[in-house]
Design a protein around this ligand. Structure first.
Ligand code: HSE
Length: 310
């Protein structure tokens, strides 16, 4: 029986100023996914976690991706997938992208690498669409490519993998609900030319800083004049956490994806650890439960843990 086991990482979308176009893979948290290739055409999804997600293939983020791949390739095979999710749905840490990208990656391995990475991104976006109503690739791309990625275009898919600087990421997930669909709904539909010019400067500066390993330039570019001022009101203690993190030596940071998680980039692991403790204590003092994660930028994305092709 052909089977594979994967570790599928969380991702931080937007990277502050790059709404829907930039994203970065981290090591922690991650989901575990096990795939078997079936001789029959069923798509069987089993969740071994506590999130109560639908298991019917057409209603499951991984399931819909497998159905689309199966249909596109006219496969007589099916798949069984066991998912142990540790990235909480609705965290802003790319939980749906992990299921979607993991499904495309796992199926592709079992099908002897029949798909290119950009084709995997294309199919994985059906999972994002099911989860939030929008086909965005800024979490899927870093999950599949690793490191930091630029979505030059989502349709047609054109992903540019960028450098993965040796930086640390401190992230906090406060236990408040922010749905991606809601936090997209509240965004302004029109922006001023002045804001656009400022944002272009920051995005270009951030990409240049990433490619040149210029940490000061990365820090100076991690500013968002369009999305963060609107969305941050949905995240309790956002301003306090950001200010304290910068005072403690973070290069910069902001909302992870559509929130409510908040992330900060640092040069030193100790700084990231201290910031994560501060993040936790800010939420503890307000009675909001939170989870914190510290890891390096993950340069390789999805990891194959086990493969068997007898
Ligand atoms: N770019 C998306 C957004 C990411 O900010 O809505 C959602 O995880």
């Amino acid at each position: 029986m052909k089977k594979v086991k994967l570790k599928v990482p969380a991702t931080v979308a937007n990277l502050v100023c790059g709404f829907d176009i930039l994203g970065m893979a981290v090591h922690d948290p991650y989901d575990e996914m096990e795939f078997k290739l079936l001789d029959t055409p069923e798509i069987i999804i089993k969740h071994q976690d506590a999130f109560g997600l639908p298991e019917k293939a057409s209603e499951n983020v991984a399931g819909i991706v497998l159905l689309k791949i199966q249909e596109h390739l006219n496969l007589s095979h099916g798949f069984e997938v066991i998912i142990r999710k540790h990235i909480k749905p609705g965290s802003g840490l790319g939980s749906s992208a992990a299921s979607a990208a993991g499904a495309a990656f796992g199926a592709n391995l079992l099908l002897k690498n029949i798909l290119s990475k950009d084709e995997m991104v294309h199919f994985a976006m059906f999972g994002e669409e099911l989860a939030s109503g929008v086909r965005h690739a800024d979490n899927i791309a870093p999950c599949l490519y690793g490191g930091i990625t630029l979505v030059k275009s989502a349709d047609p898919v054109d992903i540019i993998p960028l450098n993965a600087p040796q930086l640390f990421v401190a992230a906090v997930h406060p236990q408040v609900e922010v749905k991606t669909s809601d936090s997209r709904q509240i965004l302004k539909k029109n922006i001023s030319l002045k804001s656009a010019v400022e944002q272009w400067g920051n995005i270009a500066g951030l990409i240049a800083g990433i490619q040149k390993n210029d940490f000061s330039l990365i820090g100076r570019s991690l500013h968002d004049v369009i999305i963060e001022p609107v969305r941050s009101i949905l995240i309790p203690k956002f301003d306090e956490i950001k200010l304290k993190s910068l005072e403690m030596g973070a290069l910069g940071g902001g909302i992870s994806g559509s929130g409510p998680s908040v992330f900060m980039l640092t040069e030193q692991k100790e700084t990231a650890e201290k910031i994560s403790q501060m993040m936790k204590s800010v939420y503890d003092s307000t009675g909001i439960e939170s989870f914190v994660y510290v890891s390096k930028i993950n340069p390789s994305g999805i990891q194959i843990v086990e493969e068997a092709y007898p």
